[in-house]
Design a protein around this ligand. Sequence first.
Ligand SMILES: C[S@@+](CC[C@H](N)C(=O)[O-])C[C@H]1O[C@@H](n2cnc3c(N)ncnc32)[C@H](O)[C@@H]1O
Length: 301
Amino acid sequence: MVLYLIGLGLSSPEDITVRGLKAVQKCERVYLEAYTSILMAATKEDLESLYDREVILADRELVESGSDQILENAENVDIAFLVVGDPFGATTHTDLIIRARELGIPVEAIHNASVMNAVGACGLQLYNFGQTVSLVFFMDNWKPDSFYDRIKENRELGLHTLVLLDIKVKEQSFENMARGRKIYEPPRYMNIETAASQLLEIETLRKGSAYLPETPCVSISRLGSPQQKFIAGTLAEMAELESGDPLHSLVILGHRTHEMEVEYLLEFAKDKEGFKNAVTKEVEAAKAAQMAAVAEEEDDD
Ligand SMILES: C[S@@+](CC[C@H](N)C(=O)[O-])C[C@H]1O[C@@H](n2cnc3c(N)ncnc32)[C@H](O)[C@@H]1O
């Protein structure tokens, strides 16, 4: 039969598409991928009552190491694997798809809105975005910063960067892990202020001017829900926000920002004049750098 990968959209149970709903309702087993994102306005029980089906929560361990359990008897019955957003938004569940293919089980994806495209609602054009990066919670002795070079590459091209923020669900403390105790910490969702502080911390360490405290940014909170909120400001201002309930993402602007994008964003700026100046400064600095590069090339000739 079929393994359906079904996108749930961003917020409420009703965001599922009609085609997605029809597919879920004919499936024998329904799994909800429950570690890369959350459906902000729905519980598992809400989904169960809409689908009239039991929903099985699939944690990272089950998806990454237990794909055979998910695919059990899929030759004879349909199985649904639900993903918040779009099944291919940010994290692709490649292992599961490859395993289904190996077993000769057809896979069908039913798409939905993702943070990767709905982010356009803040006024920035999707065509002006570069590589998306992820930011994880820093620990005292572990501060992975591979995002830094990618943001720098985007910013050198003048492109915006969508920064996706860490979610920690079903994590064990070191002590519980070491003692083999299956006790899990409460879920944690990175907010905008932590993200901005971590970004600034890495800039201070790397000193590559990938971005600066005055770099213009937009916070993206609870996108697609009735509590959706955007705030435009500098990265330093983002570090002082109180961004509230999850989920959150952050966009770092590139210097190729179009006038219309700025006009749209001003609506979300607390300090409109300050934000406009921050963007203008970036655009002018990029122009000056370009002219300097041309002049240097002409000198070499
Ligand atoms: C690994 S991605 C998964 C994306 C999801 N599959 C999709 O297509 O939208 C999860 C991260 O995306 C961002 N995100 C997802 N939904 C969001 C929303 N509604 N509002 C703001 N950020 C969101 C958060 O940073 C979150 O930690």
